[in-house]
Design a protein around this ligand. Sequence first.
Ligand code: ZN
Length: 350
Amino acid sequence: MNSLPIFAGVDATGAIRFVGDVPRGAECGCRCVACGSALVAKRGDVRTWHFAHEANQERPDCFAGAVNLLRRIAIERLQQHEFPALPIYRSTVTTPAPLPQLQETVTWAVGEGKVEMWEPRLPQHAPVGILRLSSGTAVRLYVEVDTASTASLRPSPPDEGILLVNVPLPPDGEALKDLSSAVQHIDTAATLQWIRLPDANAKIAEVTEQVKERAKRLQYEREQTARPLQSAAMQPFSPGTLPASAEEVDQSPWAAWRKPRSAFVYYGLQDGSAWVMFTHGDGRHVMAPWPNPEDGWDEALPARLGEPDLQLGVYVLKDQTQAMLYLGRMRPKVRTASNWAELVAIRSSA
Ligand SMILES: [Zn+2]
């Protein structure tokens, strides 16, 4: 798997000892953390310093044991220092075949996060703690060394995020010869990576619909261009005007001013009411109570999220992201629709 030697073991007190931190030979009384065998510190001039098994019965999982010690040190670094700044979440949205392949990257600024709890026990490939984001979302924290696959990092509740701190293994044993080198390696080489962030789900769904709509239009335009002249002459087509088959007829109550072909994001709440988020023709994000505005709908949201426009019958959002987070906390059913017919179908299946 790699050419790294066994770089660490534990001494009689259970403390982690690196080969460069102990005297040459067996004096430190170190043992292999995987098989329990006595270790001998080899600190020669030719080969990288390493621990040898006294009776030479080293097994493949002995190296994994040393790697797990490195993981423990990485976790201790996180526990003892201020948690690093959280990376921006990124997700790439791609159109499904047979649509023309378009893609777009969705980014989400995560904001602050605080460690709420560290797990008292640290089994391998299990979360080591919980981060609480300023949005209120809980994030399971994983620390893994040289992880090739994130497939095993799938804890239960889908409304929780997953953040992975990945510590790569260095190319040679030099960076792991003693504790201070190992710590320096962790501090410089570890990366934080989002595996899942539910806060971004509604935005991802919305962008997915937008990209799909763009791809559908592109496909339609390609088909028009590819059509033989003869039939084109029979069906006059002027660029910019799509015939009714491609240009959906907007029968929504907001048809007069909704941005054409903008996506609807439907938030069905537990009490049976629902909000629909979409875009005004002038680019503002709005949110409408739907299908039936209940009395007092214009007082349902905190003022920091937006202002009700009584004439349009919608909230004009100040900050779409904050509004998504606010609604997301009510554990709604979130769906997206690219046109009115799809939106009606979502409602009737609710
Ligand atoms: Zn061993």
